[in-house]
Design a protein around this ligand. Structure first.
Ligand SMILES: [Zn+2]
Length: 328
């Protein structure tokens, strides 16, 4: 898989521009409050950089990168309701790559997640997907495991409609307000949401509330210890306020899940794009790796780059992280 297959260059560029504009227009006068580390609760963090008026800190204790001082939840909710970049993502960007993502991301995701569950010897009779989007993950899961009871939690009216059209039970709410699902799932999944949420601890606790005792909570998100984020840092297009505000470290993921009351926390990084992301960034801005001769040669060599990507994934060094914990 290549970055531009799932994030076409022109669409990504436009999305980054709109996000930068939203950061200014939606948050210009928003009061901001310093927050403790979103993973371990420690603080204060060490100032790192500001991007589009949003400052980021790094936790001295666990290494997590997080946006602080942070505008209020209300400011973020208003932003997600009316922002141009969010609309562009939902109406232009995502539809353009939906089918590629189904094949390259969602189908392998089902296989890998099902294998993780099987290795740990637990059966998934019921599954809740929080932030189900277009319902593609659930659709792929159903094709593979038609007997699982599947529920989509999706706050967006248009996306909830997409999930219903695919025949899923849908709770049209943010997961925090999803009633009647407490303690009902063997597996609660949440893909690519944690990096956006205002309070990751409260969020993971809500996910845990949906799981049965002995059930699992699974999250995929961006991890700051990974290759492309560590190399590119504030120049990464993934560090895109107001959208992405939490980049946990490996240690931070473990601490967050433990603080939420989950046990047997497993963190892996099965990412496949780190090398390609750095390669593309260096093409756009050759100064990035100017002094990094070895890295430049490595990412420019297709075969060595592919082998290196495998190494990153196998050694928890990719920026795409999977975290699973068990509800006692
Ligand atoms: Zn921390």
């Amino acid at each position: 898989m290549k970055e531009h297959e799932i994030r076409p260059e022109a669409l990504l560029k436009r999305y980054v521009e709109l996000s930068a504009r939203d950061a200014e227009t939606c948050f210009k006068d928003a009061p901001r409050t310093a927050v403790p580390c979103v993973a371990c609760g420690g603080g204060p963090g060490m100032e790192q950089f500001a991007k589009h008026g949003f400052a980021y800190q790094r936790c001295a204790a666990c290494g997590t990168l997080y946006q602080s001082p942070r505008p209020s939840v209300a400011a973020y909710e208003a932003f997600y309701r009316r922002s141009e970049s969010s609309r562009y993502w939902a109406e232009v960007f995502y539809p353009a790559v939906a089918e590629v993502r189904r094949e390259k991301i969602f189908r392998p995701r089902v296989e890998r997640l099902a294998a993780m569950c099987a290795e740990r010897g637990f059966a998934v009779d019921s599954l809740i997907d929080a932030g189900a989007g277009y319902g593609v993950f659930l659709d792929e899961w159903r094709q593979r495991f038609p007997q699982t009871r599947l529920t989509a939690v999706e706050p967006s009216e248009s996306l909830a409609k997409e999930c219903r059209a695919k025949g899923f039970t849908v709770v049209e709410e943010v997961v925090e307000n999803a009633k009647g699902l407490e303690g009902s799932a063997d597996l609660v999944t949440c893909f690519e949401v944690l990096e956006h949420v205002h309070d990751p601890l409260a969020f993971v606790q809500v996910l845990k509330g949906l799981a049965k005792p002995g059930g699992r909570v699974f999250v995929s998100t961006l991890g700051i210890d990974g290759f492309d984020l560590s190399v590119l840092w504030e120049r990464s297009t993934q560090i895109s306020p107001p959208h992405h505000i939490n980049f946990l470290s490996l240690k931070g993921f473990a601490r967050l899940f433990e603080r939420a009351g989950l046990s047997d926390v497993v963190v892996t990084t099965p990412g496949r794009l780190d090398v390609d992301i750095v390669r593309n960034a260096a093409k756009t801005d050759p100064s990035l790796l100017e002094e990094q001769r070895f890295l430049r040669a490595l990412v420019e060599d297709e075969a060595a780059g592919a082998a290196f990507q495998g190494f990153l994934a196998a050694n928890r060094l990719s920026s795409h992280a999977w975290v699973m914990g068990t509800k006692p």
